[in-house]
Design a protein around this ligand. Structure first.
Ligand code: PEP
Length: 252
């Protein structure tokens, strides 16, 4: 059973995966979801070069399109980057910012993530802001302090529920098959909810908090059933329509 709260979101992060051949998967997913009544929004976040094709496949379906990252500037001399405005024009309704792979591989700090989240909101997009501790941080007992610091540092001032989603993704759970216990997930999500109330006032209660990290059909119901878990950010299991559907069905 999914937990109560704001309407859930299940977002699939393809990362640097995908090809023209793989486009059969969103096509399949759209067909499978056609007559399913869902209590959640569904989103796929493909690599930027596939955006146009995925958008046309998803036309008329209930599946939304999201980006995986953006620059904070609207345009300019930033070779290789895409702006939030470009993603908006390409049909996205949200963008993932601050994913741990960006923080680790590209040195993105909370201040950078905050600028990117602000850019998403400026462009009329929802910022899906990722936060989460490393294994060393968890072992050191600093999970709650790290998550609080990242949340405060990455959330733009003036954020509202309509343009903000928080994704709690323990770094050690991403792509490893490991997940926190349900009690650990509930503890961190309760902390995030309480911090959001302080940072966003009444909007905090309406802001979606996703769990991400090795979510699959076999553990989705249990994880999504925890209080203050309002959906999932899914990596590996979003690449195959059948697996992704198995997760989405928690909200059917
Ligand atoms: C992610 O990278 O956002 C993620 C949750 O990956 P996975 O589901 O593969 O652990």
């Amino acid at each position: 059973m999914a937990s109560e709260g704001p309407r859930a979101l299940v977002a699939g992060n393809w990362k640097m995966n995908g090809s023209v051949a793989m486009l059969k998967e969103p096509r399949l997913l759209a067909a499978m979801l056609k007559d399913v009544k869902l209590k959640a929004d569904v989103m796929v976040c493909p690599p930027a070069v596939l955006m146009r094709r995925v958008k046309s496949i998803l036309k008329g379906s209930k599946i939304k399109l999201g980006g995986q990252d953006c620059h904070w500037a609207a345009s300019g001399a930033h070779t290789g980057d895409v702006s939030a405005e470009m993603l908006k024009e390409a049909g996205c309704s949200a963008v993932i910012v601050g994913h741990s792979e960006r923080r680790t591989n590209h040195g993105e700090t909370d201040a950078i993530v905050q600028k990117k989240a602000k850019a998403c909101q400026r462009a009329g997009l929802t910022a899906i802001i990722c936060i989460g501790e490393t294994l060393d941080e968890r072992k050191a007992g600093s999970t709650l302090a790290v998550v609080t610091r990242q949340l405060k540092g990455s959330l733009p001032e003036g954020s509202v529920a309509a343009n903000t989603v928080i994704a709690y993704e323990p770094v050690w759970a991403i792509g490893t098959g490991l997940t926190p216990t349900t009690a650990e997930v509930a503890e961190v999500h309760a902390l995030i909810r309480a911090e959001l109330a302080g940072l966003m006032g009444g909007e905090g209660a309406q802001t979606r908090i996703l769990y991400g990290g090795s979510v699959k059909p076999s553990n989705a119901a249990e994880l999504m059933g925890q209080p203050n878990v309002n959906g999932a950010l899914v990596g590996g299991a979003s690449l195959k329509a059948a697996d992704f559907l198995g997760i989405i069905k928690v909200y059917a």
